[in-house]
Design a protein around this ligand. Structure first.
Ligand SMILES: [Zn+2]
Length: 301
């Protein structure tokens, strides 16, 4: 089967647009920063014009703001932050897949864990790369008659703030929703290494899915290592995966962090959540491999 391929040139362009405004200034996509609205709009605009039903899913986050000195009059006040997920569907019918990537960033480092005055960080690997891959997948699959079933694309806000975007998504699913046949999350997987690495972690229900994804990865000729880890229900990894797996479908996250630990020496991405998570640290061949792999997956090759 002749499956259309992802374009590295497009992936670079979309990633760049998400990260920078005026060509060079880092756009503030920090979770809970008002400027994050611009990123949601960029995603909406970058999705192909032929994709129907692309839309924003607004939700509200309640924040507890604690004053420096707490007294009877001066207690924690609730404040509200309005933000949105971006959502679209490709194709129609069964099987039904959900692919998700978060578009907010976190400026978290040792001395700066501050939601109120966060510094803008590029968030290239975490997670502009994941967003760019899903947008490129939409372009590759747009108008593709051989797409089997449907793919819902979910771009979440507030992953970095207690996964509130994914929580809002699940909470707003209609009671009649038939559920998904597979859920895939892309988050922090494209940090450049000497040898490419595809890290997969998944729930027990997704063992077959992971095998299929791994074999499709090999079929793209992207090379490198594949690392797999099963996550039991009690184990949280602190990403949208934790929330989306609760829907009960086979769920898998593509992430280099699954490979952190004893098996592989050192941090995979030492620039995680810092100013150093820049576009030049990305391996666009890995990103192309992931898009090609997902296209083959949903076209049933
Ligand atoms: Zn992330």
């Amino acid at each position: 089967m002749n499956i259309p391929e992802a374009s590295i040139r497009n992936l670079v362009a979309v990633t760049r647009n998400l990260i920078y405004k005026h060509g060079h200034e880092v756009r503030n996509r920090n979770t809970l920063h008002p400027e994050i609205r611009e990123a949601a709009q960029i995603i909406l605009d970058a999705l192909p014009a032929t994709v129907r039903q692309k839309r924003l899913q607004p939700f509200t986050v309640e924040l507890r703001v604690f004053p420096k000195k707490v007294s009877l009059r001066n207690v924690a006040r609730a404040r509200y932050f309005h933000t949105e997920n971006v959502f679209t569907t490709l194709g129609a019918g069964k099987p039904r897949y959900l692919f998700c990537a978060h578009y907010d960033t976190s400026g978290h480092n040792e001395d700066d864990w501050n939601f109120r005055r966060p510094k803008a960080v590029p968030g290239a690997d975490d997670n502009a790369a994941g967003v760019a891959c899903l947008i490129e997948l939409a372009r590759v699959l747009a108008g593709e008659a051989r797409l089997r079933g449907s793919v819902d694309l979910l771009f979440t806000s507030c992953e970095e703030y207690f996964k509130k975007g994914a929580i809002a998504f699940v909470a707003h699913l209609p009671q009649t929703d038939p559920g998904y046949d597979a859920v895939l999350v892309l988050d922090s997987f494209a940090f450049r290494r000497d040898k490419p690495l595809l890290g997969l972690f998944h729930n027990q229900e997704a063992s077959q899915l992971a095998e299929r994804i791994a074999s499709l990865w090999s079929s793209t000729g992207s090379g490198g290592e594949i690392y797999r880890r099963v996550l039991h229900t009690s184990r949280e990894i602190g990403s949208d995966f934790d929330v989306l797996r609760s829907m009960g479908a086979p769920a898998l996250q593509v992430s280099e962090h699954s490979a952190m630990g004893d098996e592989i020496d050192g941090d995979v991405n030492s620039k995680f959540h810092t100013q150093g998570d820049t576009i030049d640290q990305l391996d666009f061949r890995v990103m192309k491999g992931v898009v090609d792999m997902l296209a083959r997956f949903v076209m049933g090759e």
